[in-house]
Design a protein around this ligand. Structure first.
Ligand code: OAD
Length: 254
């Protein structure tokens, strides 16, 4: 542990629920959204992260996510990602990790069961797929698929067999986050909640800490107070890559 923080004790009866945000990947060199110099300073959310932005200029949307693909492809997991993978290794199915991040750094650090509630950068899907329902209602059945391609212009965007355009498998503003039923089930049985590197500005994720019952021990880890700070029992203020390794004591030998 970089700073002398009192450890968080996790016993054999505990179930740990972790929510991560852009801050967990900050020390890997990926920009957060709302910090100074963050992604939303250089881009309008409406243009690149809404169904309306996609309808207006799909090329611009894909340029944005192509840049993100390039950046995430070059980034490496940092000690925070690794600490969470090690905790999962120790706790097995008593550990649950949901991330708002679309990068794959948790997986590359060794995390096995990662729920990406805001989608995945290296996946795409047809704009007419069920997940995109409401946009066209055409009901293409092709599931999301792995895709690392870069699309720089509207003309370059690949087409599905149904004729729809291929879009990023990302949850945009105005769309419903993925796997919410599973996340809710996990919140209902959690005893320890760790929230790492997220500003608490985007819902429903910002409410997970409130959905968890009053007996749940709730910790926030990041360099500054999140917007939902009062909901936590303790704030561990510091960069996740510095404070997370060694912060959680499971009482089991390495
Ligand atoms: P934000 O950019 O809103 O917040 C990033 C948080 O990370 C801030 O609270 C920082 O203090 C914290 N942070 C910065 N460096 C850190 C470090 N080294 N260690 C730990 N924390 C650090 O990002 P999110 O809260 O993840 O959604 O944003 C939530 C959602 O809003 C994103 O998933 C994205 C965005 O719009 C979509 O694109 C759908």
């Amino acid at each position: 542990m970089g700073r002398q923080e009192e450890p968080i004790q996790v016993g054999p009866e505990d179930r740990v629920f972790v929510l991560t945000g852009a801050g967990v990947s900050a020390e890997s060199g990926l920009k957060t959204f709302r910090d100074q110099g963050g992604l939303w300073e250089g881009h309008r959310v409406e243009d690149v992260a809404t169904p309306e932005g996609w309808a207006a200029d799909a090329g611009q949307v894909w340029r944005f996510y192509s840049e993100r693909r390039k950046g995430a492809g070059q980034a490496q997991p940092n000690p925070a990602h690794r600490a969470l993978a090690e905790l999962e290794e120790k706790m097995g199915e008593r550990f649950f990790l949901v991330t708002q991040n679309v990068d794959d750094l948790h997986e590359r650090a060794g995390s096995k069961r990662v729920v990406h509630m805001h989608g995945e950068l290296f996946m795409s899907r047809c704009e007419n797929s069920a997940l995109g329902a409401g946009m066209s209602g055409l009901g293409c059945e092709r599931p999301p698929f792995r895709d690392a391609a870069l699309y720089e212009t509207a003309a370059a965007i690949a087409r599905c067999a149904c004729g729809g355009r291929i879009r990023p498998h990302i949850v945009w503003f105005g769309e419903i986050p993925l796997e919410m039923a599973r996340i809710q089930r996990e919140i209902d049985r959690v005893t320890v909640m760790l929230v790492v590197g997220t500003s608490g500005a985007v819902y429903p994720a910002a409410n997970f800490v409130r959905w968890a019952g009053p007996r749940v021990r709730k910790y926030y880890i990041g360099p500054e107070e999140p917007m939902n700070a009062p909901a936590f029992a303790r704030l561990v203020l510091g960069n996740a890559g510095e404070v997370l390794p060694g912060l959680i004591e499971t009482g089991t030998r390495e």
